[in-house]
Design a binder for this molecule. Sequence first.
Ligand SMILES: NC(=O)c1ccc[n+]([C@@H]2O[C@H](COP(=O)([O-])OP(=O)(O)OC[C@H]3O[C@@H](n4cnc5c(N)ncnc54)[C@H](O)[C@@H]3O)[C@@H](O)[C@H]2O)c1
Length: 441
Amino acid sequence: MSQVNPRTNPSPINPGSGQSRRDVLRAAGAATALGATSSLARGASQEGEDVPILKVGLIGCGGRGSGAATNALRADPNVRLVAMGDAFEDQLEKSLTNLKAVEDIKDQIDVPPANRIVGLDCHEKIIDMCDVVLFASTPHFRPAQVEYAVKAGKHMFVEKPVAVDAPGLRRIWQACNDAKDKGIAVVTGLCYRYENKKRATIQKIREGAIGKITAIECSYDTGELWYREPTPEWSEMEHQVRNWLYYTWCSGDHVAEQAIHNLDKMIWAMDDKPPIKVKAQGGRIVRTDPKFGNVFDHFNAVFDFGENVKGFFSCRQWNGAVRDVSDHIYGTKGTAHLMTHKVEGENPWRWRTPEGMNDNMYQNEHDQMFASIRAGKPIHDGDVMCRATLLALMVRMSAYTGQEISWNQALESKEDLTPKSYEWGPNEVPPIAQPGITPFV
Ligand SMILES: NC(=O)c1ccc[n+]([C@@H]2O[C@H](COP(=O)([O-])OP(=O)(O)OC[C@H]3O[C@@H](n4cnc5c(N)ncnc54)[C@H](O)[C@@H]3O)[C@@H](O)[C@H]2O)c1
């Protein structure tokens, strides 16, 4: 994998251009980086200028996809939602109805029936219809979706995680590298990277406020998420795709689907330097009902970053247990608390939100993505989102097998979770992993 060398090719500290909605409007008349897709209608800026309309397509119309579409439409008055795709018609129609009920964006939505595509392979038609794609489906499908979008030259917002296994990750990482070469915007759903107060706290670490980092402690210890009760008509495959959280082939397990946020903050604090190796434990001791597929309910890990720096990580989905979602970065001169945005020790500091700043990270992502497209300086978060996904896959591989796993081993893993078929029928999944017995592949 010589083309993917994240250990020697770190991304900037802060992805994104730092542009605001005001910058979007100012840049609206500027040349766009839309390439082959620019047979565009025109809209008007607040200054009355004639600006191109950007057509947006949504792939995966669940909770986050609907939220991302709202953010996209609010980011830029000359954005239109023109196409929507989902595995299931009910999900798509529910999302469209809900979006059309939102007063401030409803006039930016025009998704005629012909532009509503249903099926696991809906992405190609959606991508063909738009300039900017929002990827928010079940994670398993992301590598194929993003690969197609890059070939088609479309800008994109990509929810996390970006793959569920190493073959998928290698595929999407290559596509992201191609996107960089082609000047395509790739903005990550690792939303904390777009929160001003997190950026300011990370900046303090960079400036030396806590001295040299000695250890990092990150936790995503929370409760259970949703479960969708099956109907008699559902095939096994439909059950798995609808309850995708609980199937490793769909979600990557909750360490990838949810706790990736903390792993991303850990590597962000480390200036995007990947760890050398990880040793992890995990299992399934509370959420044991077979209806919860084959995922674990807890993971613990210790990362070795070299130079005597360790990263301690925990995530679990247990109701009734202590909840703790936090990140603490310990240094020779103090400690930075990333979730509460403060530094303690020799150089105490605390974030204060400037008057008038609405620091909504979900909105910031889209404001900055559209501004970057309008300005012809597309954001590239490809390395950021692929590295964070690999951290999560490392933890899972180590916990499932009971082995210590290096960064390179994980990246080169041959474990391919693709099902034998995507037909709506039976779909056998591997048994729940057993450390020491389940092999590393
Ligand atoms: N950044 C964040 O804070 C954040 C928060 C929530 C979810 N997410 C991520 O967003 C993604 C979606 O999560 P969600 O909570 O909206 O889940 P969801 O179940 O509400 O939505 C997922 C949708 O994808 C659809 N889908 C499944 N396979 C598809 C395919 N092949 N093509 C098109 N659509 C398909 C499903 O039918 C469903 O409607 C996940 O990757 C999740 O990790 C990110």
